[in-house]
Design a protein around this ligand. Structure first.
Ligand code: BG6
Length: 479
């Protein structure tokens, strides 16, 4: 529907921005931190753009005070960050590292002192390597116990001060890139294992939510899901079925479990027929059903368009564009299920990501319609080349346009009846993109860091910083 009058943003709306430990902190081997799967993976030649690592990243570990000062200057109401498991438990379990706790204690205190609400992500992909070595990490049910123990420690330490928690960040992405495309650690291509790993992650997620109720009864917790709403390429019913297949296998497969504790029927039956369904043990579904999240965390970047894909001679895995050269990504699919095609109605970024603010409204409405849960947009943003001009100026008008159009879509969705808690733009400062180095920038704050050479890492407010500040001041009125 087209609204004549839009509903204003709620007064306590969490206008924020986000980051992840590995992408900002650096200090990869300082103060007792253990080695993570990413610390190891980036050292394998050819895995990341120009061999970039998070060894230094943007040095947030040493500069967090300056970063929080900038957040306060912007008037930011919330900051979503993740804890590096290896700072707390260097080996994933056992001995606690007090220095690791101290860092997050300081960060949280600094945020609170500056009226920035902390939103703490328990897991943003940096698994302790010790657990990968010992039992294959997410490949074993042992992970459930260890992830729960780590999370409970954080609930105990920070639960009195931190009220918003994200359990797993983008389970669909870290397992997909880790176990289907071999682009993330542990660099495996095994569809059957992929579904098993996901079952374990679902159980770990549920177990942590269950414990959370005991330790932080007045807090809110939910997973962050990378939802790319599926469009059909045409009104041909075969394309519509392909898009429905994509919704079931790419999205409901996770969100149904989070919200209802059950796998979607048609996806399960497809996996069973193809011998891909995970092994389930007694009691699993009880745990999954009793651990409902308080909200669905939504990481929204783009929509994807689908077409029928024949069984014989159908398209298989595609290719990602990690170079920033427009047009270098390749469509992919699963024969007999779907294939992706480009959408001629949408502009794309230099990394071939569709720019589709209406897709955000669609995502918010679909989630609300199916699950009737509040939603926290835990990520949304634009990765682009930024140009540092004379006198330390960055005119990122394209980022302002991107965020503005998505905020408009959010307000349309609120007017549609969506219960939206907040909006965390990815990202606050520029940071390391896992596979794309430092040239693909997302921040409101430019950081003088690059793939090659030594740089001073100074922070520079971009034009979008000032724009977002005003947006927050007017609670979303001044677009
Ligand atoms: C999300 C992740 O998938 O997208 C972030 O949660 C990531 O960690 C972001 O950086 C943007 O992706 P990319 O590949 O452009 O860095």
């Amino acid at each position: 529907m087209i609204h004549n009058k839009l509903t204003p943003f709620p007064k306590d709306f969490l206008w924020g921005a986000a980051s992840a430990a590995y992408q900002v902190e650096g200090a990869w081997n300082e103060d007792g931190k253990g080695v993570s799967n990413w610390d190891q993976f980036v050292r394998i030649p050819g895995k990341t753009f120009k061999g970039t690592t998070g060894d230094v990243a943007v040095d947030h570990y040493h500069r967090y005070k300056e970063d929080v000062r900038l957040m306060a200057e912007m008037g930011m109401r919330a900051y979503r960050f993740s804890v590096a498991w290896t700072r707390i438990f260097p080996n994933g379990k056992g001995e606690i590292n007090p220095k690791g706790l101290e860092f997050y204690n300081n960060l949280i205190n600094e945020l609170k002192a500056n009226n920035v609400e902390p939103i703490l992500t328990l897991y943003h992909w940096d698994l302790p390597q010790a657990l990968q070595d010992e039992y294959g990490g997410w490949e074993s049910r042992n992970i459930i116990k260890d992830f729960t123990a780590y999370s409970v420690e954080l609930f105990k330490q920070f639960g009195a001060r931190v009220k918003y928690w994200v359990s797993l960040n983008e389970q669909n992405i870290f397992t997909g890139l880790g176990y289907r495309m071999a682009a993330h650690p542990p660099g495996v291509k095994d569809d059957k294992l992929f579904y098993q790993v996901n079952h374990h992650a679902n159980l770990a997620n549920a177990s942590v939510i269950k414990e959370f109720r005991k330790y932080v009864p007045d807090g809110k917790i939910g997973p962050s899901f990378a939802y790319s709403p599926a469009y059909a390429a045409s009104s041909n019913p075969k394309d519509i079925i392909a898009a429905e297949n994509a919704e079931e296998l790419n999205s409901h497969w996770w969100m149904d479990i989070y919200a209802w504790g059950k796998y979607p029927k048609s996806a399960w039956s497809y996996l069973e027929k193809n011998n891909l369904a995970p092994a389930v043990e007694e009691g699993d579904f009880e745990l999954l059903k009793e651990s409902k999240p308080d909200f669905m965390g939504l990481n929204y970047y783009q929509t994807t368009t689908f077409e029928e894909n024949p069984i014989e001679g159908g398209v298989t895995a595609g290719e990602m564009n990690t170079s920033g050269k427009k047009g270098t990504s390749k469509d992919g699919g699963i024969p007999g299920v779907f294939k992706t095609v480009s959408n001629p109605n949408l502009e794309r970024t230099n990394w071939d990501w569709n720019i589709d603010p209406n897709g955000l409204r669609i995502a918010l409405r679909r989630i609300t319609g199916r699950y009737n849960l509040p939603i926290l947009i835990s990520e949304n943003g634009l990765g682009e080349y930024d140009k540092l001009e004379e006198n330390d100026v960055v005119n990122d008008d394209y980022r302002i346009d991107f965020v503005r159009s998505h905020v408009e879509a959010m307000q349309e969705a609120i007017s549609d009846g969506v219960d939206l808690m907040g909006y965390c733009v990815w990202s606050f400062t520029d940071l390391l993109s896992w596979l794309n180095g430092f040239q693909k920038r997302y921040g409101f704050v430019y950081v003088n860091q690059h793939e090659e050479g030594e740089h001073d890492l100074r922070r520079i407010k971009k034009k979008s910083f000032h724009w977002y500040k005003e947006l927050i001041e007017t609670n979303g009125e001044k677009l």
